[in-house]
Write a protein that binds this ligand. Structure first.
Ligand code: ADP
Length: 495
């Protein structure tokens, strides 16, 4: 077993309290809830059960901090963001352990993806703080006015965070929010609040002014809903399920707060006959099963050309059979547990539904929760289905677990139509050696991101976000600043 950098006793003793207005406080109710280790089902720590009163206090603190944050020199604000990114990088080992403990993901993956990208996001947006500019606009009618625009922060941002990439999603929201001059209230997912509370420690350590970043732990109805409905919140940024996104949108109506939604997906991944098959198998494995399949971008609808279908499936199956399930803290683990018992049950339900609807199971099966030495943890074996039809639930709804579906196709137009037969539009992948086909098909796929001969790559500079019911409001890149800014036009009469 990897030495945990943050052994449990130390974790339990660390500052697992809310951050509101620069103070570490308990929930107003005094209540706490237990965070479970998904690999064992045992309690890991307890954190405050924040509620409406805590959300009120955090929003008030964020509001009070706005003028302070706005009055700081942009270069000084940039330095704080940069330093936060640096501290995250310096604490990579510890933070990766924390994510593996809390979420269940393999620690090596957190160390490769979650933590470095979170660090880079703060440093990348540190660069933007000093580059937010308006324009001088010559009037179309030629009248003598001097008109310029200012790009101003929207104000107080509420960030509602999912459990699949806990720290990374905090960075997705906080990086551009803070760079644009907003203050923020972060509400981590109740399943995985530990890294957000550790982030709160780092925010204090690097010296952000009190109230610029606030962290309120709590569940969806208790803390998320009051944040989404709060009249003092100017914008909500949310990543999570489409249904929850719709509730948040509904709750935002009261003060017409701005909302960005990064929601579910049911992404297609298309393998043409001329693809490098080994690369396509490797990439498709990652597309479906990375992070135990708990990725919005999961390319779980795999379409393989009929000429290479059998070879593709044989190779993918061989890979799946070799997958070692285990605690995310073990070096040899390929796949950790799902995040919660509820999620394991839900994924088990989808596996059952595929079987009941007539799909053929090539890998996986049995009860979703294992009865062997991993019993107690929320493990689900990776499942692979063929003989799937477009109406099946597993082909239409987001499973958010290690479940892949392989279909065959004969021609390009048919597979484009099949790939686009979804209400979602987050991502898509395609594998081919034909560069003309690659770009022709990429242009026709309804998805916010298309990967050609790869899958799942992210870079802080590249915008990411969905079409259709996968939501709106881009994250990452320069474009991610837009939802956190509002433009003011200023007119001066020169006549
Ligand atoms: P899941 O059901 O898998 O936990 P969600 O999309 O519901 O996924 O959760 C993502 C985030 O949304 C979590 O932080 C959760 O607490 C929060 N949340 C859940 N329900 C609501 C709600 N009604 N209003 C605001 N936030 C919510």
């Amino acid at each position: 077993m990897i030495e945990t950098q943050l052994p449990l006793p130390e974790l339990a003793a660390s500052e697992l309290r809310l951050l509101i207005g620069g103070e570490r406080v308990d929930a107003a109710s005094g209540e706490r809830f237990e965070v479970l280790d998904p690999a064992t089902g045992e309690p890991l720590a307890s954190v405050p059960a924040g509620g409406e009163a805590d959300v009120d206090a955090a929003v008030a603190a964020a509001r009070a901090a706005l003028p302070v944050w706005g009055a700081m020199a942009p270069a000084s604000r940039a330095e704080l963001l940069w330093n936060l990114g640096t501290r995250i990088a310096e604490l990579s080992e510890e933070l990766a352990t924390l994510e593996a403990l809390d979420n269940g993901k393999p620690r090596a993956e957190a160390l490769m993806v979650d933590i470095p990208l979170a660090s880079e996001i703060f440093r990348y947006y540190a660069g933007w703080v000093t580059k937010i500019e308006g324009a001088t606009i010559p009037l179309a009618n030629g009248l003598p006015f001097h008109v310029y625009t200012r790009r101003e922060p929207v104000g107080v941002v509420g960030a509602i965070i999912p459990w699949n990439f806990p720290l990374l999603m905090c960075a997705y929201k906080a990086g551009p929010s803070l760079a644009a001059g907003n203050t923020i209230v972060i509400k981590p997912a109740e399943q995985t609040p530990l890294s957000a509370l550790r982030l709160a420690d780092l925010v204090e350590e690097v010296g952000f002014p009190p109230g610029v970043v606030n962290v309120v732990t709590g569940d969806g109805p208790g803390a998320g809903a009051p944040l989404a409905a709060h009249p003092g919140v100017d914008k909500i940024t949310f990543t999570g399920e489409t249904g929850t996104g719709q509730k948040i949108l509904e709750a935002s109506k009261g003060n017409l707060k701005r909302v960005s939604l990064e929601l579910g997906g049911k992404s297609p991944n298309v393998v043409f006959a001329d693809a490098d098959l080994d690369a396509a198998v490797e990439g498709s494995y990652g597309a479906v099963y990375f992070n135990q399949g708990q990725c919005c971008i999961a390319g779980a609808r795999v379409y393989v050309h009929e000429d290479v279908h059998d070879a593709f499936v044989a190779k993918l199956l061989a890979k799946l059979k070799a997958v070692r399930l285990g605690s995310g803290l073990l070096e040899e683990t390929d796949m950790g547990p799902l995040v919660s018992a509820e999620q394991a049950e839900r994924v088990g339900g989808y596996i059952d539904s595929a079987l009941a609807e007539g799909a053929t199971e090539l890998a996986g099966g049995g009860p979703a929760r294992l009865e062997d030495e991993l019993a107690g943890g929320y493990f689900v074996r990776p499942a692979l289905f063929t003989d799937v039809t477009p109406e099946m639930r597993v082909m239409r709804e987001e499973v958010f677990g290690p479940v892949g579906m392989v279909s065959t196709f004969a021609d390009e137009d048919a597979v484009i139509a099949a790939a686009n037969d979804t209400n979602f539009g987050l991502a898509a992948g395609l594998w081919t050696a034909d560069v003309k086909r690659a770009h022709r098909v990429a242009a026709q796929l309804h998805a916010g991101t298309v990967w050609i001969n790869t899958y799942g790559f992210f870079d802080v500079a590249v915008p990411y976000g969905g079409f259709q019911m996968s939501g709106y409001g881009k994250e990452l890149g320069a474009e991610a600043l837009d939802p956190y800014l509002q433009t003011k036009s200023v007119w001066t009469d020169l006549s």
